[in-house]
Design a protein around this ligand. Structure first.
Ligand code: SAM
Ligand code: SF4
Ligand code: SF4
Length: 334
């Protein structure tokens, strides 16, 4: 069965956050001034268990979801994440992937692949050790993330996708070096426009480097040509090097919103379902699950939420919407 919202969009993807904690403090996501010792992260018993996540995901698959991305916070910090991957792997999904900051990847790539993970996305904002350390704000060395990417490729989590959030004047000088580094490796760098997710990252339009500018920077040196999307609703716009050295992507949430094709729902680590990355509220599933809701009850809840869905935040973004009380990226997942 397929669910269609008020704008004709089908429910296809589920992004599942499995923790709101992270060992990085990326300034555009979890700035230290807010995510400090006083910050109250979710207590363990409030997190959905792996059994609860798997059960709910199974219900989603019956409603048309065939693509799942595990995220966070930093998902590899959650103990036993491989167990979850293995049980989600049994649901017959078309795609099962995970987004990580790569800090634990060189240690975990093998067990993740063995558990049935098929692909992985690694966030990497700069190849410059100093810029990278300043962006993650915990002095994490870029060499460790690069090792993680290689480990992932070695065990076949390919193509590895590399997410670079571009902030003007912070890492924008690193666009070409990033493209250059991964050209010809088979990995796909995806350049992401800095977004006004949450309320704590001090977002300003002036800090955004529009995708067009990113593409021109690369195209001037390595000519590019557009590639057809893999499927309707694909988030990244695809481009390839004319000389055959591979592919890159751009995620244009600010300069060219793609709400019209948005087929994604997001589940927070504590089981709240959101139908937009920029939502100010969601619907709790943990309560009903722990109160004995049947699969039919959960199906009815999801159906009702999706059929009433009207979200198109990025198409309506304005100075006024930037200050709405939106959920944080580290809570809802990317
Ligand atoms: N911790 C993991 C990681 O960093 O890959 C997974 C969660 S993180 C919230 C998911 C993705 O969101 C990352 O690629 C991150 O760079 C991106 N992200 C976080 N805040 C963002 C923002 N304000 N604008 C654009 N992308 C952002
Ligand atoms: Fe952590 Fe990922 Fe957010 Fe960076 S982007 S602070 S790694 S959750
Ligand atoms: Fe989807 Fe919301 Fe992003 Fe639009 S703003 S693409 S509705 S998540």
């Amino acid at each position: 069965m397929n669910l269609v919202d008020t704008r004709g969009r089908t429910l296809r993807d589920l992004r599942i956050s499995i923790t709101d904690r992270c060992n990085f403090r990326c300034r555009y996501c979890m700035p230290k001034e807010i995510f400090n010792r006083e910050y109250e992260f979710l207590q363990r018993e409030l997190l959905l268990s792996f059994e609860e996540i798997t059960r709910l995901t199974r219900v989603f698959t019956k409603l048309g979801v065939d693509k799942v991305r595990i995220t966070g916070g930093e998902p590899l910090l959650r103990k036993g994440v491989e167990t979850l991957i293995a049980s989600l792997g049994g649901l017959g999904l078309r795609d099962l992937t995970l987004t990580t900051n790569g800090s634990l990847l060189s240690r975990k790539a093998e067990s993740l692949a063995a558990a049935g993970l098929r692909r992985i996305t690694v966030s990497l904002d700069s190849l410059d050790a100093k810029v990278f350390a300043a962006m993650n704000d915990v002095d994490f060395p870029v060499s460790d993330v690069l090792e993680g990417i290689e480990a992932a490729a070695t065990v076949g989590l390919t193509p590895v996708k590399i997410n670079m959030v571009v902030k003007r004047g912070v890492n924008s000088g690193g666009i070409l070096p990033m493209a250059e580094h991964f050209r010809g490796t088979g990995h796909i760098v995806r350049f992401i426009e800095f977004m006004d997710v949450g309320v704590s990252n001090g977002w300003r339009l002036d800090d955004v480097v529009p995708a067009q500018e990113i593409l021109e920077t690369i195209n001037d040196r390595y000519p590019l040509e557009p590639v057809e999307p893999n499927y309707k609703g694909e988030v990244a716009g695809r481009w390839r090097y004319r000389d055959g050295a591979g592919e890159i992507g751009v995620i244009t949430s600010i300069s060219q919103p793609f709400c019209g094709d948005c087929t994604r729902a997001r589940l927070s680590a504590e089981g709240v379902l959101y139908t937009c990355l920029f939502a100010t509220g969601g619907i709790d599933f943990r309560g009903p699950i722990r109160d004995g809701a049947s699969d039919a009850d959960l199906t009815a809840m999801i159906t009702d939420i999706w059929e009433r869905r009207t979200d198109r935040y990025s198409e309506m973004r304005s100075e006024a919407t930037v200050n709405l009380p939106k959920v944080e990226m580290s809570y809802i997942g990317g």
